[in-house]
Ligand binder design. Structure first.
Ligand SMILES: [Fe+2]
Ligand SMILES: [Fe+2]
Length: 322
């Protein structure tokens, strides 16, 4: 087992592709969030102010919003075709077992953040920010809003599961993207709808394609298998090795579970227990810090390091087994 994994050229090339696709995925989700705000009666100008802190309203932009959304969806089409095909129940059970049974590295949270940041040297200035910048922007936005320390820390670490890239993951379909439940019917709320799974063998398994599939109605989301990626991986680590409250754990586990937490969605309600309503509230409270802190001014890492290292000490007293 390595202490800190090596960043070789292969890992870097996978990571760069992951970073690019991850940004495109965020763009789709951001545009959908804006669309739901518009549907709730906010004007384009109010939405602009909320996201960018300034009004960028003009009628041309207004007209092009739908086109923008369609283009953004087009850019992630191939990614989702692959993710929806390969995230099978069989894969899910196998990767969970594999991850449970091995320790891939030992390092602290800050060290992990710095390592994740080395994955992609230079990012596309138009679309993406370095990982550590995204982490600190999300955390600082929560801090400015007076959110509790555990939530600031949750914002800081929420994408650390992308370290999977170091541990043999392909980096795309098995690390990033919106998540969904495997082992039951695919709801239409998943991007591109259930049709998008037609190359997935589970799609043709009648037992898996009923409303409840392999689950009991009302079994609770804690007991369902969510498609595997950076969210689930980090959740399992934090559940066992951190002192984060359950709300923080929910924010980590469900942050890409858009078919469930997107405003207006009714997917998976039949599998929930009452406590999952609390989880939904927590994830919806977290989501804006993930999606719209990217346009904030870039933080100075060195100035913030001590503050966040103290938070890390409080909630992750021991070195982490990754
Ligand atoms: Fe994420
Ligand atoms: Fe994120």
């Amino acid at each position: 087992m390595v202490h800190a994994p090596e960043v070789n050229d292969y890992v870097k090339s996978r990571a760069k592709q992951m970073d690019e696709v991850s940004d495109k995925i965020d763009e789709v989700n951001l545009l959908k969030l804006k669309a739901s705000m518009a549907a709730a009666g906010k004007t384009e100008e109010e939405i602009s102010i909320e996201f960018d802190g300034e009004s960028k309203f003009d009628s041309e932009k207004d007209k092009s919003t739908f086109r923008q959304y369609e283009n953004a969806c087009d850019r992630v089409k191939n990614f989702y075709a692959e993710q929806h095909t390969k995230q099978t129940l069989e894969y899910n059970l196998r990767i969970r077992k594999e991850i449970r049974e091995t320790v891939r590295a030992r390092m602290g949270i800050w060290e992990a953040l710095e390592l994740l940041n080395t994955l992609v040297d230079e990012s596309d200035p138009d679309t993406s920010v370095p990982q550590i910048v995204h982490a600190l922007q999300a955390a600082e936005a929560a801090r400015k809003d007076g959110k509790p320390q555990w939530m600031q820390l949750t914002c800081l670490i929420h994408d650390l599961g992308k370290l999977l890239c170091f541990f043999g993951a392909d980096g795309q379909w098995d690390v990033v993207g919106d998540t969904f439940v495997v082992g039951c019917k695919y709801p239409e709320e998943i991007i591109y709808g259930s049709e998008s799974f037609k190359n997935n063998p589970d799609y043709y398994d009648e037992k898996l394609q009923t409303e409840n599939g392999i689950y009991e109605p009302g079994c609770g989301l804690e007991n369902v298998l969510i498609s595997h990626g950076h969210d689930e991986y980090l959740y399992q680590i934090c559940k066992q090795q951190s002192k984060l409250p359950k709300e923080g754990l929910w924010m980590i586990r469900y942050h890409s579970f858009y078919p469930w937490h997107r405003a207006g969605s009714n997917a998976y309600r039949h599998l929930m227990v009452p406590e999952d309503e609390e989880a939904l509230k927590a994830v919806r409270a977290f989501n804006p810090y993930d999606l719209y802190s990217k346009s904030d001014a870039p933080p100075v890492v060195e100035d913030l390091k001590e503050y966040y290292q103290n938070l890390i000490k409080k909630y992750f007293p021991e070195e982490i087994e990754w």
